[in-house]
Design a protein around this ligand. Structure first.
Ligand SMILES: Nc1nc2c(ncn2[C@@H]2O[C@H](COP(=O)(O)OP(=O)(O)OP(=O)(O)O)[C@@H](O)[C@H]2O)c(=O)[nH]1
Length: 451
């Protein structure tokens, strides 16, 4: 732009600049290295805090910090050198704080071709820049999380297009990259389902969750055909207006944890010596079966078993031989009972068998069979073969029983009667319980239910 004759009075200059609808300023180009602010308009003053009477005629060196001066001058010099309109974005540290600007400079050129002035107009873009910085910050945090997370993460949109995933997701599922690159959510779902023990229910649940839009899902366990166990979390993603954006899925490999949990559970339910159920497991099963028998009017029987003169075995053959007999006893009884029965070691040489849906008659038949099998048991030991016998008390649930303890109490009394009558026998003898008058088992005696 050729230099036009303008008043050098800053106030007059401001009047002209105020006609512009944006923040504006005029710079006097003294030399390639010296620039002075000739004037700014009211809008510029308001945005920057630079008051006309304080800044007019002052050099950039006086107005700006050295670092900012260098940056501003670099842009001015570009305009002076190119003698062309120059646009750029800049960050300015002003008394009001750091602000961001979209600035345009137009050079004024005198008849000798020298740039004497620059007209600057500027829009403040701090808000947009802050939004962009915030968005960049969020995506940096998100990328770091995706990279470092030990969960496999997948994000799909409302149309089941894959939006994003992380390295761990690929490691867990080993999905061909071509599927991921094609962003084909349906193909990825099939690739995942093929690796599962129950693919149909998995796919059905995934579809239900997607149809539910926002539903949140916590820690569902998924078993894979290779033995791994995954835990799945997911939640719907909604936009500001509540519109559905899709869903994020997290997959966590919990195989080791599950193995330990199973092991601990097994340990807490099993007798370590014989490997059969322990007292606690039987008591839990008893509560459960008692409730079921009451609700459906089914039979429920119990056998209480106690090896005879077991102390003598320990005393004659040693404790290790006694242990071997207990194990052998458990292993020959086990195949004789149904999967729905519960065979447990109650402690020492005392055992119990819970028989859901068994009458007294069939419980007694089983007891008789077990008694005769045990009688033939010959357990090998360094001191020769060890024989053992068992006494068994049997009872069946009665209408008058008000708790499982009544059922077990009668079996205990029958066992006591069997012992009292000479051992190696089953009581009652027939299909009618006949141990009512047997004295209760002494405290500390063989089969009390108390732990
Ligand atoms: N080897 C071995 N012995 C055990 C174990 N637990 C308890 N015992 C022993 O089992 C024996 C049980 O003895 P008693 O309660 O007197 O009963 P019993 O000798 O079988 O006599 P009756 O039951 O009256 O026929 C005791 O000597 C206990 O030390 C075990 O885990 N291993």
């Amino acid at each position: 732009m050729k230099e036009i004759s303008v008043n050098r009075d800053p106030v007059e200059l401001r009047k002209m600049l105020d006609y512009l609808g944006v923040a504006a300023f005029v710079i006097d180009v003294v030399s390639a290295d010296e620039f002075r602010l000739a004037a700014n308009n009211a809008r510029h003053e308001k945005l920057t805090g630079m008051k006309l009477d304080e800044v007019a005629g002052r050099s950039l060196t006086e107005l700006l910090s050295p670092e900012m001066e260098a940056r501003v001058k670099a842009n001015y010099r570009r305009c002076v050198t190119s003698k062309a309109a120059t646009d750029y974005q800049e960050a300015l540290d002003l008394p009001i704080g750091r602000t961001f600007w979209q600035t345009s400079l137009v050079p004024f050129i005198d008849e000798t071709g020298r740039v004497t002035r620059l007209l600057g107009t500027a829009y403040e873009i701090s808000h947009q820049v802050h939004l962009e910085l915030e968005s960049r910050y969020q995506s940096t945090v998100m990328s770091a999380y995706l990279d470092e997370s030990t969960d496999g993460i997948l994000v799909v949109d409302a149309d089941w297009r894959i939006k994003t995933w992380n390295r761990r997701f690929l490691e867990i599922w080993n999905i061909p990259e071509a599927i991921m690159d094609a962003r084909d959510g349906e193909a990825a779902l099939q690739a995942v389902a093929e690796q599962l023990e129950h693919p149909a229910s998995f796919v059905q649940r995934i579809r239900e969750l997607c149809a539910s839009l926002g539903e949140k899902e916590d820690g569902v366990h998924i078993r894979m055909t290779d033995g791994r166990v995954l835990e799945r979390y997911s939640r719907g993603l909604n936009g500001l207006e509540g519109d559905y954006w899709g869903r994020i899925w997290f997959y966590r490999d919990v195989t080791e944890m599950q193995r330990m949990t199973d092991k601990l559970l097994n340990m807490s339910q099993t007798d370590p010596l014989t490997g059969i159920a322990n007292r606690r497991t039987l008591m839990d099963a008893l509560e459960e079966e008692y409730r079921r028998a009451r609700r459906y009017g089914h039979d429920l029987s119990v056998l209480m078993l106690d090896l005879d003169h077991f102390k003598k075995i320990n005393d004659s053959y040693g404790h290790a031989a006694g242990d071997a007999v207990l194990k052998e006893f458990a292993s020959i009884v086990m195949p004789e009972i149904r999967a729905s029965d519960c065979f447990a070691r109650m402690g020492g040489e005392e055992f119990a068998i819970l028989l859901p849906e068994s009458s007294l008659h069939s419980a007694r038949l089983l007891a008789d069979r077990l008694r005769s099998i045990v009688e033939t048991l010959a357990c090998d030991s360094p001191q020769g073969l060890i024989g053992v016998t068992v006494s068994i008390g049997v009872s069946v649930l009665r209408n008058t029983d008000t708790s499982p303890e009544h059922l077990v109490g009668r079996a205990d009394r029958c066992l006591y009667a069997a012992k009292a009558e000479g051992r190696n026998r089953v009581r009652p003898r027939g299909d009618i319980e006949d141990c009512e008058n047997v004295a209760p088992v002494p405290v500390g005696g063989s089969n009390s239910l108390e732990a």
